[in-house]
Design a protein around this ligand. Structure first.
Ligand SMILES: Cc1cc2nc3c(=O)[nH]c(=O)nc-3n(C[C@H](O)[C@H](O)[C@H](O)COP(=O)(O)O)c2cc1C
Length: 217
């Protein structure tokens, strides 16, 4: 295994990579990412996932207009009015906001998108529906990172789901869950920033600390 591709290192450094070069990505790498996706857990091994690879610039541009509209109307104002999340800081959060805005403006410049979809047929998607697609999405993010490619899980397009799915030509019964813009990153794969485990993990009773995850003094 090449140095630096050990699984835990990959997980710690798989960040939202929003600044991407427009250089083309070899189809073989996209194939490897998709192969990683279909290794994921899924309910009953029914494999309801479908993946639409989009390279067509005009489709990406049309979707980007809706993605930006959602930023201008909802996401941008929300970012500006909110506090940094656990493990972040005001300056890091500001940089995250800048990167989110950058990706919004350059969404269509990413050379390849993988749109993660599910075929629900005549069933109505419910709260559990994403459980059979997001593991595949995470596998693909990890695979992209391991291959030196940047990617971001994006789902903002769902604010204009009907319009965007029509642009992408999804047939009836098929719904999108995430769009992964993929390309070679402009920057480096730094570590993810998260709160301490002790903020999130309890033992036996809700709210009871789990000593095994207490931060060292
Ligand atoms: C369900 C979901 C939807 C997301 N949608 C977007 C999105 O539309 N645009 C975006 O730039 N990032 C999106 N993200 C990425 C998160 O903002 C990112 O994972 C988070 O800020 C942590 O950043 P990091 O992975 O770089 O540590 C999404 C992540 C998740 C899990």
């Amino acid at each position: 295994m090449p140095e630096g591709t050990e699984l835990f290192h990959i997980m710690r450094t798989t960040r939202a990579m929003r600044r991407l070069k427009p250089d083309p990505v070899p189809d073989e790498l996209i194939r490897q990412i998709l192969e990683a996706g279909v290794c994921a857990a899924n309910g009953g091994n029914n494999q309801p996932w479908r993946f639409l690879v989009i390279k067509d610039r005009s489709i990406k541009e049309q979707v980007q207009r809706w993605y930006k509209k959602a930023f201008d109307e909802v996401v941008g104002p929300r970012y500006r009015g909110s506090e940094p999340p656990p493990g972040s800081s005001p300056s890091r959060y500001r940089r995250q906001h800048d990167a989110v805005e950058y990706l919004t403006d350059h969404y269509h410049d990413a050379p390849v998108w993988i749109v993660a979809c599910q075929d629900h047929g005549s069933d109505t998607p419910n709260r559990a529906s994403g459980a059979s697609i997001y593991p595949a999405v995470q596998n693909m993010l990890l695979a992209a990172r391991a291959l030196g490619l940047g990617a971001t899980l994006t789902s903002r397009h769902l604010r204009h789901e009907t319009e965007v799915e029509a642009i992408m030509g999804l047939p009836p019964g098929v719904h999108s869950y995430a769009i992964l813009p993929i390309g070679y990153p402009m920057g480096n794969f730094g570590p993810v920033r998260r709160g301490a485990l002790s903020d999130f993990v309890y033992l036996d009773q809700w709210g009871e600390s789990y000593p095994a995850v207490a931060p060292a003094d």
